[in-house]
Design a protein around this ligand. Structure first.
Ligand code: AKG
Ligand code: FE2
Length: 199
């Protein structure tokens, strides 16, 4: 049966799976504290002669040599896996069958931190990567849409896991928009494959 939304438009079928309680509250709290102590960086993007601050903090952990270049200007060099991050990676692999070489952390310090519409299609992840995204701390709105479609909203809860399946990055865009609401810190961990190269 096709699920109908308001106005009888079929709800879009999205190439994602959402697990709201992937971690229990205690596990999520411990992991959030661990993640606050990771090596966060304030990166800069260079665009048409201008230097802009990335509107969030970032960190990267992973297998040796798995460097990651995005927006043609930010080179992220992985630090070795912490045991907590490696354990989390292995739990996601056990659940989904997807394998990962790196994790990129995003720290949204307030509602003014964000990530705009994009697809994660860097060549270093190979063709049609699966990306696993764990959310901790404050709940933020995550939107996903087919390239010419209308957005669907997810409220990514503390301890949740969102899987973007292979193909998602070719057909869909996603974002975490800014909000004027008062929100505290949110940490997001995106586990990704790395097949070689930097781009
Ligand atoms: O914070 C999120 O939920 C999404 C992060 C994201 O899209 C990314 O790091 O590419
Ligand atoms: Fe993304």
């Amino acid at each position: 049966m096709i699920q109908m939304s308001l106005f009888n438009e079929p709800a879009p079928v999205l190439p994602v799976t959402y697990y709201p309680e992937f971690l229990n509250q205690e596990e999520a709290g411990v992991l959030y504290q661990h993640c606050l102590g990771l090596q966060w960086q304030q990166n800069q993007i260079k665009m048409v002669g201008k230097t802009l601050l990335v509107p969030r903090l970032e960190c990267i952990y992973g297998d040796e040599g798995c460097e990651y270049l995005y927006s043609k200007s930010v080179l992220l060099k992985p630090l070795p896996w912490t045991s907590s991050l490696a354990e989390l990676r292995d739990r996601i692999t056990a659940l989904t069958g997807y394998k990962f070489n790196i994790v990129i952390g995003n720290q949204y310090r307030s509602g003014q931190d964000s990530i705009g519409w994009h697809a994660d299609n860097e060549q270093s992840m190979g063709l049609n990567p699966a990306i696993a995204s764990v959310s901790l701390g404050a709940e933020r709105k995550f939107q996903i849409k087919a390239i010419k479609g209308k957005p669907t909203d997810f409220w990514l809860e503390h301890g949740s896991l969102l899987i973007m399946h292979p193909g998602c990055q070719s057909t869909h865009l996603h974002q975490v928009p800014k909000t004027k609401k008062l929100v505290s810190t949110r940490i997001n961990l995106t586990f990704r494959p790395h097949v070689g190269g930097r781009k």
